[in-house]
Design a binder for this molecule. Structure first.
Ligand code: ADP
Ligand code: ZN
Length: 529
């Protein structure tokens, strides 16, 4: 398209130089900006740190009127607006943290045409007065940031986002650009349909983050393992440690501090002021470790986060990708490290079983968990798996744990049969269900009080599995769960068979298992605490 009149492409480059002080566009930015400047709708899928903001900020500056940015990151709006103001961009925001006067000021700046960018919390757009306000000004574009929040399939669903489809009906001529760093096919399609963006051009960047080294380790003593990682590989580095619960956040932060690491806690149970203070310190100071629940991180732009560690299993591959993506935004080598064990699977299944919502919702959560487990138990390159999940092809990366130390695989068919028949026998002969611990005790022929109490030593399968150790059996259970050959339910993590289990029991299916890298992990010397 060669625009005869109106804004020109060269304007975009000029704004990039003059306002933002950058030499050139990054991959993908120019095409997106040109398209939106010319009035087109866009759906942008770009990994964290890829440079999404400029994709709407520059068109907003080039086109006439005010660019309206919808963002769920209320806590960051002030910072974003301050950063833009420092660059000479006229920006403001409207959200629930403001009092009447502050809001009034922004509104009159908007109406007077004195703003380039207006940030809005999504719930503002459900309020009629906001819509009427927007009607009275000139809007250059709508940018919908963190667009995956509209997807119920995703992990960050915000009901307020559903109302955003109305933007198109009310302002059909204003271009819309939706942006996200989450991009499974399912989420992608859902964003497009819910936001009426079927006709929009889709811009999909590569999701590879080559500078991030992905590592998933068996969980033994997670806090000790973490400490070792920090001391041996990341002394003085900034990083984020994710834990599932508030209490484990507190305990882990305390443990790190006791061991001489500058760590801060962050979770939704802390009061707002502490949270803001800890976040500000993490951003401003060097070498702090933030121990947090997933409440922390969305929209955080700290370039030199050298590691992201997960002490608990993320609920989905999308979540894992987003959280690990906060490492290495500056492009320098960084580590994504996850410790994972059988207990994680039991715990997450239990959370799914007891979660609110209907059966469809629970099934969806189960699918997310299964994909995450498959990534953990992968025998091939983690990155290939990860990118494949987002529908992108790649070849073995040479920079993940499975590439660097390829796990051996072994024929676990017989082991699987032994384990599955133990589960089956308990069900058939005793009408009993048990968790992994009891099943393994039976396989190992251990006469524990609980084995004696239930007379499990008289089962024919008692003691048939002594060729493997306890840790190896736990590995077998985990991998059978990951392969869908076994499932777990309820408070006690009882093991149950699946339809596919029958294929193994009837010898129609071979089971390949990954050898536990346990021994390698144990022989490395522990740092003295
Ligand atoms: P995202 O929203 O995709 O996570 P941001 O828009 O926050 O990413 O950009 C990440 C970082 O990259 C920011 O610090 C931003 O200033 C920087 N950046 C973006 N585009 C460019 C560019 N063309 N040249 C140099 N730096 C850029
Ligand atoms: Zn690899």
């Amino acid at each position: 398209v060669s625009p005869v009149s109106g804004p020109e492409v060269s304007d975009a480059l000029r704004v990039l130089h003059r306002v933002f002080g950058y030499d050139s566009f990054r991959e993908g930015q120019q095409e997106i900006i040109d398209h939106v400047v010319a009035g087109g709708d866009a759906l942008v899928l770009m990994p964290t740190g890829g440079g999404k903001s400029l994709c709407y900020q520059i068109p907003a500056l080039v086109r006439d009127g005010v660019g309206v940015v919808v963002s769920p990151l209320i806590a960051l709006m002030q910072d974003q607006v301050d950063a833009l103001t420092a660059l000479g961009v006229r920006a403001g925001f409207l959200n629930s943290t403001q009092d009447h006067d502050e809001r009034r000021q922004v509104e009159s700046a908007f109406l007077a045409g004195e703003l380039d960018l207006l940030y809005l919390a999504p719930e503002r757009l459900r309020v009629d007065s906001t819509l009427r306000l927007l009607d009275r000004g000139t809007i250059s574009l709508f940018a919908i940031d963190e667009a995956h929040c509209v997807a119920q399939w995703g992990h960050d669903f915000r009901p307020d986002y559903l109302a955003l489809s109305a933007l198109h009906e009310r302002w059909p001529d204003v271009p819309r650009i939706a942006l996200t760093a989450t991009a499974t096919e399912a989420t992608h399609a859902e964003i497009a349909s819910r936001l009426n963006l079927e006709e929009a051009r889709h811009f999909v960047s590569s999701f590879d983050r080559p500078n991030i080294q992905y590592r998933i380790a068996p969980k033994n003593e997670p806090k000790r393992q973490l400490l070792k990682l920090l001391r041996t590989e990341h002394p003085g580095d900034a990083g984020i440690v994710y834990c599932l619960s508030r209490s484990s956040v507190e305990k882990t932060a305390e443990f790190l501090v006791q061991n001489g690491i500058s760590a801060l806690p962050y979770h939704a149970g802390l009061d707002a002021r502490t949270r803001a203070a800890n976040q500000a310190r993490f951003l401003r100071e060097d070498g702090l470790v933030m121990v947090a629940t997933i409440a922390f991180g969305m929209g955080i732009d700290k370039p030199d986060v050298r590691f992201v560690a997960h002490l608990d299993l993320p609920k989905s591959v999308e979540g894992y990708y987003q959280e690990t993506g906060r490492a290495g935004r500056d492009g320098l080598p960084s580590v994504a490290w996850l410790a994972y064990g059988l207990q994680d699977v039991v715990q997450q299944r239990k959370m799914i079983d007891t979660s609110e919502g209907d059966e469809t919702h629970r099934r969806r959560l189960g699918t997310h968990l299964d994909a995450m487990l498959a990534l953990c138990e992968a025998v091939e390159c983690r990155r290939v798996r990860l990118l494949a999940y987002f529908g992108q092809d790649s070849t073995a990366c040479g920079n993940c744990d499975t590439c660097l130390t390829p796990p051996e695989s072994w024929d676990g068919t017989i082991a699987a049969q032994k384990l599955l028949s133990t589960v089956l026998r308990l069900l058939r002969e005793r009408r009993q269900k048990f968790g992994a611990g009891q099943i393994i005790d039976i396989l190992l022929g251990r006469k524990t009080p609980k084995v004696t109490q239930f007379d499990h030593h008289s089962l024919t399968v008692f003691g048939i599995g002594t060729e493997l150790g306890e840790a190896e059996w736990r590995g077998v259970v985990r991998q059978l769960l990951a392969q869908g050959l076994l499932t777990v339910e309820g408070d006690y993590g009882t093991l149950l068979l699946t339809e596919a289990s029958a294929e193994v029991l009837s010898r129609q299916r071979q089971v390949l298992l990954r050898r536990e890298p346990e021994r390698a992990a144990r022989t490395r010397s522990e740092p003295s605490a």
